[in-house]
Design a protein around this ligand. Sequence first.
Ligand SMILES: Nc1ncnc2c1ncn2[C@@H]1O[C@H](COP(=O)(O)OP(=O)(O)O)[C@@H](O)[C@H]1O
Ligand SMILES: [Mg+2]
Length: 286
Amino acid sequence: MEYFISFDNVYYSYDFNDEEDSTYYENYAVSGINFSVKEGEFLAIIGRNGSGKSTIAKLANALIFPSEGVVTVLDIDTTNEEYLYEIRQNVGMVFQNPDNQIIGTSVEEDIAFGPENLGVPREEMIKRIEFALKYTGLTELRHNEPHYLSGGQKQRVAIAGILAMKPRCIVLDEATAMLDPIGRKEVMSLIKRLNEEDKITIIHITHHMDEVTNADRVLLIDNGRIIMEGTPKEIFIRSEELKEAGLEQPQITTLVNELADEGIDLPRDIITVDEALEHIKPLIAR
Ligand SMILES: Nc1ncnc2c1ncn2[C@@H]1O[C@H](COP(=O)(O)OP(=O)(O)O)[C@@H](O)[C@H]1O
Ligand SMILES: [Mg+2]
């Protein structure tokens, strides 16, 4: 297996019939998408609202199937029904609204739901739940009712439920969008650890540019097409194109570029505050 997930010239149309004039409309949400993700990679997908990000996420998880082109997971065509279960077990999805993902009346019960559905034997299931609780720091909250947790804790419950299914890839579709800064940090540090320590492949869809700086690679989507692909540094230096796609480069990148324009000796591809400080401190040292 060269790639964990691969999109080969993928189109997806949300077709609909207009009842009034009984016309059949094609409505392409994504057109001609080509990209691959290697096992263990951290891929970020950015793009304005309606650009096609969620459609890509659903195609990657075999929740929907290409109108044209092919999506493969683990070298298996997602339209191959024989392996549907295997694909969905290996590609876990975390969605935007944590409240829509709660199934159980306790944290523990919620985490058990996925492996239970997979028919995991009881002994093994107990082990997996313990592991998932510990990994996500939820052991103390195991008997709590999920609805009363904070947003960040709810998303950690969602991730724990996926971990209990032992996936090799997790797709987060704007999973931090409804969280406060603390909740966002909790979730981001969790997915960073899953990727770095446990080599779980991550596809992180977000509109927070600061969540992208850690990614190995970034895809910028606009109007259903990939319009830019590269490392975070390669993407964030192109401020004009980002603006045209409805996004903004990180403020720190804008700042160092303005300083560089004034003749101050700073690299233009700085994307984090820490990196900026490293370069600025020697300049002001007395
Ligand atoms: N269920 C649906 N039926 C019809 N059109 C849809 C549906 N879901 C999304 N779309 C349309 O497809 C396009 C891409 O949507 P989506 O993939 O949700 O984008 P994003 O996640 O980037 O906001 C948008 O134009 C959206 O209106
Ligand atoms: Mg979306």
